[in-house]
Design a protein. Structure first.
Length: 596
């Protein structure tokens, strides 16, 4: 797969809707891969207007009256980003090798283990002019752009209706986003699907030849799927392979130790999950390749397929953790997300929110019920989105006007889907709660959970609008931000070079105690287990069995971590101390169940 040629050993995952909406323009010319969310076409249209004006080019609006307007907006925006990245790469290639130039920055940020970095270090110490000139030419030719990846959250797939209120064929939000990406000029690119299977979206992939490899097995546009365990990878990979679509990468993400939406596993921890991928990678690759080849007619010549990539993200914070994932678990790349929210050179965070992120501690980043989709959501307390939501509640008008409507999915009270963060839904749901047979405490709990729902479509977009001085939605300029828990251990405002130097172990920007990423995830799962303890009806055999299985999987994960600690895969003594504390916490929770 072409984008495996990136000179860096990490990627910047998608963050929210807008935080990485133009990150490739900021980092791709340094060879760094990064992801754009393309589901919010209104924001993309605003960015089109902004960048055309910035580049002194004519901006031609793409109206909602245009057929396939969502796809066309996305296509044009991605083409604009791609062209600008190419221009920046050429500028880097032709820059002088001075102490502050872009080409010097490009090479200084590379990892020492990369052969090109060693050539650069050789170059700057050379005195022979002819030899230096030859090496300089070689270095310039080796400057490569990082991949422009795009992300589609599969669950965000609202139907679009025609004038007769009938669904438009292939007109839903996710399908239009896919069409927009497929018809763009991007190469050396990857489409990342997150949030699970969407059969009609996956089926639509085969409509586009751009997702097929060339004769050498290379993809202009490759497919990656974000998964939380091996079973999910196998199911989704097989589904696509049977339809002639090759998954080039499975991007494993921690179920809870991540930013944005959190999809908790049944107590399966990242270490054991990575171990299973490591042990079964060849088996997975062979099975998917067989199904893929069987999907073609016998006379069709099938090109060679690239090796399947396994990458991982979610709570990585040190070089040692990064090395563990690459050296022991054999991950092809790692994703570093939340720390880049503190790097204005890489992401779009407005100044007010940036200050709050810098000050955030463990207790400020919570696993909330804020998402209208009903999926748990990692969330920064104290951001202006929370203030907006509470003010509406105090005015006895809970919820939002729902201007963007991307997350409309609930038909509990209406024929057409509405958003659970909307005024309409919250009014209807609250009426239902008040007239229910629930106890007073249960009613209060249900109301509290209901009123946590927040207008994410707007809140996750406003930071870039503030930075670039345009209005996204009138009278709704609040910001929601969704960092992973790992952000609590980073507190600076970092330059791109500072953060990359930290990733590669050339400096350390952390201060104070920070638990190992495996321990932090385990702690989050124990908190989740405590929630299950409170919500499980143990007289119901099915619920009781589910709780037991969850706690058993955590205990098995702890035994696994003991093994890798004692085999010196992890050398920090604090890891074992923290692990034993976690084990004790689980035992205490299980004793409460036995005593009940």
């Amino acid at each position: 797969m072409k984008n495996s040629l990136s000179p860096h050993q990490f990627h910047i995952p998608v963050m929210g809707i807008a935080y990485t909406i133009d990150t490739p323009l900021k980092v791709a010319h340094y060879g760094i891969n990064s992801s754009i969310s393309i589901i919010e076409d209104h924001l993309i249209e605003k960015l089109r207007a902004y960048y055309y004006k910035l580049n002194d080019q004519e901006y031609v609006p793409i109206s909602k009256n245009v057929v396939n307007y969502r796809a066309k907006r996305i296509t044009d925006y991605l083409n604009l980003i791609g062209a600008e990245v190419k221009r920046k790469v050429e500028e880097v290639k032709t820059a002088a090798f001075s102490s502050t130039s872009e080409i010097t920055k490009y090479f200084e940020m590379l990892p020492e283990v990369f052969e090109l970095k060693q050539k650069y270090l050789q170059f700057i110490h050379l005195e022979d002019s002819s030899e230096k000139e030859k090496l300089e030419s070689e270095l310039r030719n080796q400057v490569k752009a990082g991949a422009i990846e795009v992300n589609i959250m599969t669950k965000v797939d609202r139907e679009q209706l025609d004038e007769n209120k009938e669904p438009i064929a292939n007109g839903s939000d996710a399908l239009q986003a896919l069409k927009g990406y497929a018809e763009s000029d991007l190469e050396n690119s990857t489409l990342v699907f997150s949030a699970g299977m969407n059969p009609r979206l996956f089926n639509y992939l085969s409509s586009f030849k751009t997702f097929q490899p060339d004769n050498d097995g290379n993809f202009k546009k490759a497919i990656a799927i974000k998964v939380s365990d091996y079973r999910s990878a196998l199911i989704q990979g097989k589904y696509l392979a049977k339809r002639g679509i090759w998954v080039s990468e499975f991007r494993i993400e921690s179920g809870l130790n991540c930013g944005g939406h959190a999809f908790a596993t049944d107590g399966f921890l990242l270490g054991p999950i990575m171990e299973e991928f490591k042990q079964k990678k060849k088996e997975l690759e062979t099975e998917l390749a067989s199904l893929y080849r069987s999907s073609f007619a016998e006379e069709t010549e099938i090109p060679a397929l690239p090796e399947l990539k396994i990458t991982v993200q979610g709570g990585i914070g040190t070089l040692e953790e990064d090395n563990l994932l690459k050296d022991y678990y054999e991950a092809d790349s790692t994703g570093w997300g939340s720390p880049f929210l503190l790097c204005p050179e890489a992401t779009n965070v407005d100044n007010e929110t940036l200050e709050k992120l810098q000050k955030a501690k463990e207790q400020d980043i919570v696993l909330s019920h804020s998402s209208p989709l009903g999926v748990r959501f990692n969330y920064l307390k104290g951001a202006s989105g929370e203030d907006f939501r509470r003010k509406n509640l105090l005015r006895n008008r809970p919820g939002s006007s729902c201007p963007e409507k991307l997350l409309e999915s609930n038909t509990e009270f209406t024929k057409e889907p509405i958003c659970t963060a909307s005024h309409k839904y919250q009014k209807l749901k609250m009426k239902q709660i008040q007239h229910s047979d629930l106890s007073a405490d249960a009613k209060a709990k249900a109301a509290n959970e209901l009123f946590q729902k927040e207008c994410l479509c707007t809140g996750l977009c406003n930071s870039v609008a503030k930075n670039y001085d345009f209005q996204f939605v009138k009278k709704m300029d609040f910001v929601t931000v969704c960092p992973g828990p790992n952000l609590a251990y980073f507190s600076g405002k970092y330059s791109l070079k500072e953060l990359i130097d930290h990733i590669y172990g050339r400096t350390n920007v952390l201060s104070g105690y920070r638990p190992h990423m495996f321990i932090k995830e385990l702690q989050l799962y124990i908190d989740h287990l405590k929630e299950l303890l409170d919500s499980t009806d143990f007289s119901n055999k099915r619920e009781a069995k589910k709780f037991d299985k969850f706690s058993q999987n955590l205990e098995e994960g702890i035994e696994y971590y003991k093994q890798i600690f004692f085999s010196n895969k992890i050398t920090e003594q604090q890891f074992l101390t923290d692990l034993l504390i976690c084990e004790s916490r689980i035992q205490e929770i299980c004793k409460k169940v036995e005593a009940a």
